[in-house]
Design a protein around this ligand. Structure first.
Ligand SMILES: *Cc1c(COP(=O)(O)O)cnc(C)c1O
Length: 364
């Protein structure tokens, strides 16, 4: 067949694989594969979303002004320096479209969020991976990966799929050594989970006047609004104006905007969500260690665990055995971490079911 031919850089893209949502034989499997909020979302956010059910004919506010003001106030940011996306994924795409030419290079850590490479490759750029040290971003390796063709760099802190963290001093050191024509995207999808650490910083101050930083955040994780697809970015006015030129006009839906405002205001729900992650994370890590597995340091709402060679089953077998019991965790084969599993911190009941299943599987 001689249909239209996709650009070669697009043909090379590995499509994104979402965390599994189905387990054969289970109507409602325990889904701890996509780092969703174990407690759901704020009831006030659901209510705000429902309240729009009869005005679906009206376009959303293209500037998301009410949400813009609410976020600016919460984080002490200039409203004009914010941009919204259909998930933070769309902000990565907009940045790649705006700043990457075919043949340019994007540098990312060895274990990186898959959407970054998709965005860069779609713009015709090549993706360069910088080795990590103990599953943690290595700033020296990131800097060493820079060539004259480098135009963009991604770092998530805390990171996914590893869950590890680097002190903000390291981010500052990375930025200070970065050529000014390289755009640094600081993906803060899990930032809220690390705020309690003294060496954490949002990066907003650094981005405020920097010529080459975008900080991104999402409503998909702590706020539990993954279904509504809403993320945002903060950068200097020049970058924001550039991204706005290619942003599709009504990319943040009315329901997403309304639910996000309600979610921001429901500080009780956010606090409970954070408390669940803190308690559940410590418990899960301790349990995995007790089973002879090796959890990585966990700074987000999930624990990534290595399955040592001495374990009776390999990671893929454990993933499958859990699925047979209706429990879905994320295998990391396509993240080049075949001996690891990524487990979202669920409710207490979900974690108990996981513990019981893992005990049975690993003692069998
Ligand atoms: C979940 C996640 C995101 C958020 O993506 P959205 O498009 O906002 O849902 C971004 N970066 C990383 C590393 C993530 O794990």
């Amino acid at each position: 067949m001689s249909g239209p031919i996709a650009k070669p850089t697009i043909a090379e893209i590995e499509p994104y694989k979402a965390g599994k949502a189905k387990a054969a034989g289970f109507d409602k499997p325990i889904k701890i594969s996509a780092n969703e909020n174990a407690l759901g979302c704020s009831p006030a956010a659901s209510e705000a979303y429902r309240a729009l059910a009869n005005v679906l004919h009206v376009y959303p506010d293209p500037q998301a002004n009410a949400l813009r003001e609410a976020l600016a106030q919460k984080h002490s940011l200039e409203p004009a320096q914010l941009i919204f996306g259909t998930g933070s994924d769309e902000i990565f795409s907009m940045a790649a479209q705006a700043y990457l030419n075919p043949g340019d290079e994007m540098v990312q850590p060895q274990f990186a969020f898959a959407a970054w490479a998709i965005a860069a490759r779609a713009a015709g750029a090549n993706v360069i991976s910088a080795p990590e040290r103990d599953y943690t971003v290595d700033v020296d390796a990131m800097l060493a990966a820079i060539t004259p063709r480098t135009r963009m760099m991604f770092v998530a802190n805390p990171a996914s799929p590893t869950g590890t963290f680097i002190p903000f001093a390291e981010i500052k050191r990375l930025h200070a050594a970065l050529p000014e024509n390289v755009l640094l995207i600081l993906d803060g999808a899990y930032a809220e989970f690390a705020e309690r650490h003294s060496d954490f910083d949002s990066g907003f101050e650094l981005a405020r006047n920097a010529s080459n930083i975008i900080v991104t955040r999402t409503f998909s994780k702590l706020y539990g609004l993954a279904a509504l697809r809403l993320g945002w970015g903060y950068a200097n006015p020049t970058i924001i104006q550039t991204l706005n030129k290619i942003r599709l006009p009504f990319n943040a839906s009315s329901g997403a905007q309304a639910a996000a405002i309600a979610a921001l205001n429901d500080t009780d729900f956010s606090a409970r969500s954070l408390a669940r992650v803190e308690a559940g994370g410590a418990q899960l890590s301790a349990f995995l260690r007790e089973l002879g597995l090796t959890p990585l340091p966990a700074f987000a709402n999930f624990v990534t665990v290595r399955v040592p060679k001495s374990a009776p089953l390999i990671a893929l077998e454990i993933e499958r055995a859990l699925a047979e019991r209706g429990i879905l965790v994320r295998g990391l084969q396509n993240y080049s971490m075949p001996d690891c599993l990524r487990i979202t911190i669920g409710t207490e009941a979900e974690m108990q079911a996981l513990e019981q299943a893992l005990r049975a599987i690993l003692r069998a």
